[in-house]
Design a protein around this ligand. Sequence first.
Ligand code: T46
Length: 139
Amino acid sequence: MTGAKGFVRMIDLPRVSDPRGDLTFVEGGNHIPFDIARVYYLYNVPVDAERGGHAHRELEQIVFPLSGSFRMKVNDGETKSEYWLRDPCKGLYISKLVWREMDSFSQGAVCMVLASRPYEEADYFRNYNKFLTAVRKKS
Ligand code: T46
């Protein structure tokens, strides 16, 4: 998905498999298109919970399903799409100015996020109409 200012794409990480299981690694400066300023993770998420419901002014993130699965619905103000995240070595890169909503978490799902900036509440659009206004101003 490539819109006026926001975009989304899958990032593939290496998977090293042997009879003991799989190993995936992330290298800053190689797999990640930004300097990692923050890592956070979502867990103990009720299966009927909905998370997200916002966009960011500047923040870039990559969202990985470390365990289980969930759906990520994204909207750059022009195009809506959705991704089912279920492979721990495939993350979803989400640029700034993309509205995101998450739901359909499987039991015990763990979502890890690599973020380009520290947590800043002022970076959030939590109002959809304000997000749309900002996107249209930039296009
Ligand atoms: C996103 C999705 C995937 C912090 O104090 N520090 C943090 O780094 C974060 C991410 C959140 N918080 C606080 C702010 C709220 O009081 O934790 C509370 C829950 O945050 P929020 O409602 O934003 O959580 P989600 O799961 O709806 O969204 C988060 C990220 O905020 C968001 O950027 O893309 O995960």
